[in-house]
Design a protein around this ligand. Structure first.
Ligand SMILES: Nc1ncnc2c1ncn2[C@@H]1O[C@H](COP(=O)(O)OP(=O)(O)OP(=O)(O)O)[C@@H](O)[C@H]1O
Ligand SMILES: [Mg+2]
Length: 353
């Protein structure tokens, strides 16, 4: 019984934990470590870690040092190079499982520093965004009420006018009032609550792909790399299509006629969004090899009305973020020339929004 509980604790820890024998072969690994090191338990158990993670001399040296002298050590900010050539920065603590036994296996704990930094950033973003929404909703209300009155009065006036040439002016008032109302409606985003039903993320991405393919030049291709093991999530398909369409359209617009968009999916384990740690989270990436997001814009692209395009309204990403938040999810972006990635994370269980 005790071991069952211990197993559950290990499985649910957000810290990556590994146990290694004296030949540095993995004898235990928890899901957080599998996710962080991008190594499956099946692949790594029984294998020497230096072979599973080649080119990580400083990390292996830290392990060997504890093997030799038995003193626990903590190393901060170690760079690990993963099998897929991605790098992660970790804080690492290595100790003997049994303090007084020279033949004791090693216990290795790793925390993902990038992720800790990101969590702090997420929280700030979350709060800032909620404040933004509240201001926007208030503003929308204050604009729409008098606008309705203005439009109604213009219509009444129009009826009283006998000179046709003057009606041109009332038409302008009515037309501009409608334009402003549409803008405000877009600004606050879809205001119906999200529907919750089993939804297939790949079906959504395929739908978006077909819509975007129909409107973009031939020089742009949309590739996909889907994880076939992805389960359905509970969500609102129409709103999720809107959310992902906005990002994919942006990618196509950034490419300016030539380039590649990639749609990717995957699963993240023990993933924290806001303050909640989710066991399983679905990830959808939209990547393009365009020029990247201008440096002076990157921190504010999720704000409404922020745009670098003359014909843009700057509302696409703000709406996307609102929809993803209502699904209890998270959206983030990394960008450099030739590689811009928007990643959407959606928890598997539903959440009130
Ligand atoms: N993949 C991308 N590559 C380069 N820049 C991007 C990318 N995605 C977004 N951007 C930048 O972020 C800005 C904001 O995007 P957002 O979708 O919110 O507004 P928009 O596309 O300008 O207007 P709208 O979507 O309302 O028509 C864009 O104007 C563009 O400068
Ligand atoms: Mg856009």
């Amino acid at each position: 019984m005790a071991t069952e509980i211990e197993d559950q604790i290990l499985d649910n820890l957000t810290t990556a934990v590994l146990a290694l024998d004296r030949g540095l072969r993995a004898i235990a690994i928890n899901p957080a470590a599998e996710a962080l090191l991008q190594l499956s338990a099946k692949k790594v158990l029984g294998q020497p870690l230096p072979e599973c993670l080649p080119n990580n001399r400083p990390f292996i040296q830290a392990l060997e040092q504890v093997l030799n002298d038995g003193n626990a050590l903590t190393a901060r900010g170690i760079q690990l190079l993963l099998a897929n050539n991605q790098g992660v920065t970790v804080d690492c603590t290595v100790s003997r499982l049994a303090d007084d036994d020279d033949n004791s296996p090693l216990l290795v704990e790793l925390s993902h520093v990038d992720r800790l930094l990101r969590l702090a950033k997420d929280e700030k973003m979350f709060r800032r965004q909620n404040a933004n929404r509240a201001v926007l909703n208030g503003l929308a209300h204050e604009i729409k009420n008098p606008l309705g009155g203005l439009r109604g009065a213009a219509q009444l006036l129009e009826r009283e006018l006998h000179d046709e040439s003057l009606k041109e002016y009332t038409n302008i008032i009515i037309h501009e009032a409608d334009r402003l109302r549409n803008l405000v409606d877009r600004m606050v985003g879809p205001n119906r609550p999200i529907e919750r039903r089993p939804t297939n993320l790949h079906a959504i991405l395929e739908h978006v792909r077909n819509l975007v393919l129909a409107e973009i030049p031939k020089g742009i291709t949309i590739e996909r790399d889907y994880d076939p093991s992805l389960p359905d999530l509970i969500g609102d398909p129409a709103q999720l299509i809107q959310a992902i369409l906005n990002i994919t359209r942006n990618a196509a617009e950034a490419l300016g006629g030539r380039g590649v968009i990639q749609l990717r999916t995957g699963i993240e384990r023990q993933f924290t969004i806001g303050r909640k740690c989710h066991r399983l989270v679905l990830r959808a990436d939209v990547e393009d090899n365009g020029p990247g997001i201008p440096d002076d814009l990157i921190d504010s692209i999720f704000y409404p009305m922020v745009t670098a395009r003359p014909e843009g309204t700057g509302l696409g990403l703000s709406i996307t973020q609102d929809i993803i938040n209502k699904h209890g999810g998270l959206i983030e972006c990394t960008s450099q020339p030739k590689q811009t990635i928007f990643s959407i994370y959606l928890p598997l269980e539903s959440k009130d929004g």
